[in-house]
Design a protein around this ligand. Structure first.
Ligand code: MIC
Ligand code: SF4
Length: 765
């Protein structure tokens, strides 16, 4: 496909022209969609059809067809941008083909406070930041420097717009659905496709409708809506689907509240989530300096929501409809270890006692891309303010991360930071921080079973502080603050009281928030660096001796041979998220260095043969070793291997390191009971074959010393099962079938060695 080199400028906010361009085709495309599908359309369908490369010709079978889409923007965060841009550099293009931005948010470690930690990060990560800044400058990409904020909050404030479509190299990109955008989290290789002018290829989604009635009240918050949805759908229930929210309850939720809900759609595996354009979005656009976009959206409002027929009878149009009555929705808290284990805040204490989870809370954390908006902070601060007035302070460490510099500067101006500090809270940098294990925590160590509460989105083991014995519970920011004041999970702010130093019993009033700052936002030191007009002299520096950055070598093309009798590096039992496959925290340091980061490969995976994490048997020498060492040994010995997984393999992050590391170390296939969407695509993109056990029971037949064959690969074709074998140590074999989800185009990626190799060849030729 031809690469169209559109000249565009990258600005600190989406240009009106870009939005006009999207709306210019909307009405006509929507009518094409109605004609082709022969029925009214949901909002997600309208946005997708308006972004199809070929709206007339594209097959539109839900859950089956692969669609070629043209996103309006690409966003990347620093921990994934390194690999994305190292790949982009090898494609040989002079500039990114669509407006793209890089956001420095993941590499700042929380230790002392926001200011000190930011300075330390600038120092520790200077090599990586310099690389990202120069590579952005070179290829016409906007650069948001460290301290500017968390990617999704900045995107919501600056770039998202109703009816738009974007991709981002982070699984929580769907946050922008709170502003009516179809925003999809992807691996870096997908971003490279779009930045090189190729389409974004994704399965035409199934559609899940969530009908909201009533309105939130008391202690209930937008967080509770998504915790409820996650409880209903579970961590894999949204796979391959877009979740569309509608109904009278939707209109009662602020734009940033909607973003919280869409953000955590990642936790159910959804392709994305979206709300229709409404007054709350218009207010948010205006408050963030985008009146002109609000005016444009108002003029197209009828196409920025589902058709009336859909709203009147949703079950006709969605694959599944969930009903939630906000009037009766109680505050929820989920965890530990999985985001779909929810119960009410009222019940959690008793449940903790019954399960032997410590009720005492060792740390409470407010923030993350999910819950760090102005409204979130005002609701949480309203609790802190009451508490301070009543002579209460937090009984546990309490840390607050503002989502962006704009939010930080505004809450500082409005006295909200002081409200938190008055109860003993620490304000961290505008960054991911402890949400992704960037937390220099010294009060507990591995082996100390302890409970933390956060307003984040994920609670997988080891994620926040690196300790598998920390149990993380996720709830709304205001409930986090209330629990911090109590110091225990066994506290229901609706019914229970706290005791101050004077011995008085204090009942907290319900939180009150302000949707948007009455005085407008204070941009603070916004931190955007536009690419220079003349980019020819920009040098992108990668030191060949660096331990943090390494230029990439193309992966070899498929040699045409079947995979015969390959050892199993790992048979993972139970949850095998991307945090289990390629941990974050201290390993974030090596996100730009494939060889070094491969030192973490499968360190968190639970070995199905003995229940231990991160270690297994090296089939070449019979020794027990950490998985990354075995993988390195196989690699150096030229011994290809396979990995076996359970359900929802690769759940969680978009990090393609979880696919590139196995590929680099010689993994040929990953065979699982099921895959998370991004993880499966990342494997395909990098040339590793993802296969699904046709009979999930086959998983149980694989033993430690067995080898696996994958046969007939020359005939790999869409919808055709693949013949496989378990080869027992005595040579006997058990045949089994695996299914796969390859499209014809994706089979070419496999043959070429990776999707990027195809782009490279096209550019070179
Ligand atoms: C996460 O929340 O897990 C991350 C860290 O933001 C990841 C991206 C990454 O691993 O860099 C994600 O969600 O995609
Ligand atoms: Fe950052 Fe956490 Fe959001 Fe991931 S989930 S982008 S680590 S704040």
């Amino acid at each position: 496909m031809a690469v169209d080199r559109v000249e565009h400028t990258v600005t600190p906010t989406t240009s009106v022209e870009l939005v006009e361009g999207v709306y210019a085709t909307l009405e006509e495309r929507v009518s094409i969609g109605r004609r082709r599908l022969g029925r009214p359309l949901t909002l997600a369908e309208k946005i997708l059809i308006n972004h199809l490369r070929d709206p007339e010709g594209q097959e539109l079978e839900r859950g089956r067809s692969y669609a070629d889409l043209q996103p309006d923007r690409v966003a990347m965060q620093d921990a994934t941008a390194q690999m994305a841009l190292l790949q982009f550099m090898t494609a040989g293009l002079p500039q990114a083909a669509v407006p793209s931005t890089v956001h420095c948010d993941h590499l700042i470690q929380a230790r002392d406070d926001g200011k000190v930690d930011l300075l330390a990060a600038l120092d520790n990560n200077s090599e990586v930041y310099d690389f990202l800044e120069t590579v952005s400058a070179k290829y016409g990409i906007g650069f948001w420097k460290p301290g500017s904020g968390i990617i999704h909050q900045v995107v919501l404030e600056q770039y998202a717009f109703p009816g738009g479509m974007m991709i981002g190299t982070d699984s929580h990109t769907p946050n922008a659905g709170g502003l009516g955008m179809v925003a999809i989290g992807v691996g870096g290789a997908d971003a490279v496709d779009v930045m090189t002018g190729h389409p974004f290829n994704v399965r035409w989604p199934k559609l899940i409708g969530v009908h909201l009635t009533g309105s939130l009240n008391g202690w209930s918050a937008p967080k509770d809506i998504i915790l409820k949805v996650a409880e209903i759908l579970t961590v894999k229930g949204g796979t391959g689907a877009i979740v569309e929210y509608f109904g009278p309850g939707a209109n009662s939720i602020s734009c940033t509240g909607k973003a919280t809900i869409c953000n955590m759609g990642a936790e159910i595996g959804a392709t994305t989530s979206v709300f229709a354009y409404d007054d709350a979005m218009a207010r948010y656009l205006k408050s963030t300096g985008r009146e002109a976009i609000a005016d444009l959206a108002n003029a197209h409002a009828h196409d920025l929501r589902a058709d009336d027929e859909v709203l009147a009878d949703p079950s006709q149009f969605f694959d599944e409809v969930i009903e939630i009555d906000l009037d009766t929705l109680a505050p929820l808290i989920n965890g530990p270890h999985t985001p779909d284990l929810a119960r009410t805040v009222a019940e959690v204490g008793a449940e903790a006692r019954a399960n032997g989870w410590p009720t005492e809370i060792s740390a409470a954390l407010v923030g993350s891309c999910t819950n760090s908006s102005y409204e979130d902070i005002t609701r949480a601060a309203s609790i802190a303010r009451q508490a301070a007035a009543a002579g209460l302070t937090a009984k546990t460490d309490l840390m607050i991360t503002p989502g962006s510099e704009q939010v930080r500067a505004t809450i500082e101006r409005d006295g909200l930071l002081a409200d938190f500090e008055a109860i003993g809270a620490t304000v961290l940098a505008n960054a991911c921080g402890p949400c992704i294990g960037q937390w220099a925590r010294s009060d507990v160590k591995e082996g100390d079973t302890n409970t933390i509460v956060t307003s984040y989105n994920r609670n997988f083991p080891k994620r926040n502080d690196g300790f598998s014995t920390t149990l993380a519970f996720v709830t709304s920011p205001e409930t986090v603050v209330a629990l911090a004041l109590a110091g225990t999970l066994d506290f229901n702010p609706i019914t229970d009281t706290l005791t101050n130093d004077a011995g008085e019993a204090i009942r907290l009033d319900v939180p009150v928030g302000e949707e948007l700052p009455a005085l407008g936002f204070d941009p603070g030191d916004s931190g955007f660096i536009a690419p220079p007009a003349d980019r020819s002299s920009v040098e992108v520096a990668v030191d060949p001796n660096s331990d943090r950055l390494q230029l990439l070598e193309p992966f070899p093309a498929w040699d045409g041979e079947d995979f015969v009798a390959l050892p199993v590096l790992v048979k993972a039992k139970g949850k095998c998220t991307t945090d289990h496959i390629s941990a974050a925290g201290p390993w974030l340091r090596f996100r730009g260095h494939l060889e070094n980061i491969s030192g973490n490969l499968f360190l968190g995976a639970i070995n199905a043969f003995d229940g231990e994490a991160g270690v297994g048997k090296d089939q070449l020498d019979g020794e027990r070793k950490p998985f990354p060492e075995i993988a390195k040994h196989y690699h150096e010995a030229g011994q290809p291997w396979v990995a076996i997984g359970d359900e929802n393999y690769g759940e969680g992050s978009s990090r393609e390191h979880a696919a590139m590391e196995p590929r680099f170390r010689g993994c040929r296939a990953v065979i699982c009971r099921s895959f998370a969407r991004i993880a499966e695509t990342n494997l395909k993109k990098q040339g590793v074959v993802p296969l699904w056990f046709a009979d999930p029971a086959t998983y149980d037949q694989i033993e430690e010393d067995d080898r696996i064959s994958v046969l007939g690969l020359a005939d790999l074709a869409p919808d055709t099962p693949v013949r496989c074998q378990i080869v027992k140590p005595d040579g006997t074999t058990i045949d089994f079938e695996a299914t796969q989800t390859y499209s014809p185009e994706q089979i070419e990626w496999f043959k070429a060695g990776s999707a990027l190799n195809i782009i490279r060849q096209a550019q070179a030729g």
